[in-house]
Design a protein around this ligand. Sequence first.
Ligand code: GLN
Length: 454
Amino acid sequence: GAYLQAIENANEALNAYIVTTPEKALEMAKASDARLAAGNGGALEGIPLGIKDLFGTEGVHTQAASHILDGFKPHYESTVTANLWADGAVMLGKLNMDEFAMGSSNESSYYGPVKNPWRAKGSNVDLVPGGSSGGSAAAVAARLCAGATATDTGGSIRQPAAFTGTVGIKPTYGRCSRWGIVAFASSLDQAGPIARDVRDAAILLRSMASVDAKDTTSVDIAVPDYEAVIGKPLAGIKIGIPKEYRVDGMPEEIEKLWQQGISWLKDAGATIVDISLPHTKYALPAYYIVAPAEASSNLARYDGVRYGLRVPGKDIVDMYENTRAKGFGEEVKRRIMIGTYVLSAGYYDAYYLQAQKVRTLIKKDFEDAFHAGVDAILTPATPSAAFGIADQEMNSDPVKMYLNDIFTVTVNMAGLPGIAVPAGLDSRGLPLGLQLIGRPFDEETLFQTAYVIE
Ligand code: GLN
């Protein structure tokens, strides 16, 4: 009830929720109360959550914040949300995001931008919450839900978490089922939580994760009790500091934050070692080939026949064209064009195949570091704090926007787990985050080390 009231008061200003589901929330809360009274409550009994609009929710608005999915209400429930409901969580509504999860500022949504609840000291400029899970991050930061689901293809959980002072974890590829989540780039997409603190993120991820026969890339490795590692000392843990993440033009404040994080981990008993991840600089360009290539293929299904919007034409091909021309936004069209170009005969070897080779090298860099005994890697989460909505510089050049992902995409390319944790404020009073990257399926070490930083 209190959350529904808070949403009513604040959502118009923030635009974090696209739709709310108050009746469903009350009905689920009632069922939850009954289970608790009967003494058979689940791990998340009665916890009110916001759900990113990318997750299929049965009978409820699921449009990936796109015009092309107008009116789409799936007849299925994604595995991740089904897992949450099975543990007793309550759905408050669907959260805003960049259209089809393509973006770093939540400005590509058909439903308009989300406002970051944070502002710089003494300023009245509205800031972006980051993207693509901007609605999830803003709703958690503004207390419009107790936690939220999000997805991360190239940073979309960790960058918005960093911009809003919240915690976001992208688990290992395969930890959560992708079934029932609108696909962007299938070899990179992973679901994870955005939460107020490390403990909440640990509790939520445990519930979201599962092996699933409906997603053959989900992996059958037991999901540990992540909460159990919180507060454990860091003795025996080795943290790698990759020199390649010290990029040109990185603000001094970010460098200082990084140093601060290093000393916190050292004080908690960790050993710090310098490492090298030599192929880091190729990650961003390779990502912006692989992700659009897969997106162009995944988005071919939106043709005006099967889902949502249909714009009539003189014949079926004309109808396809009209629907896609009207239904997709500018950024989505850009990705489809890049994707079809890099996959086309004659260019495939030069772009897509090359990018896949780079991807293997990036993965090997991390494997070498882990073989040398490193347990986790500490980096900044983003190269800057949140920027303004409709920022001239960011919006004049798509590549500038893509640079937001410079510290996060490597992790998706290698399929590794990564967590963003709030680590302090910049001189304008805006939150900054650090990132910890772990071994495959070792989310535990990330929760353990991130807890020391938050
Ligand atoms: N900003 C990146 C992109 O636009 C990441 C998106 C994501 O992780 N979903 O592709």
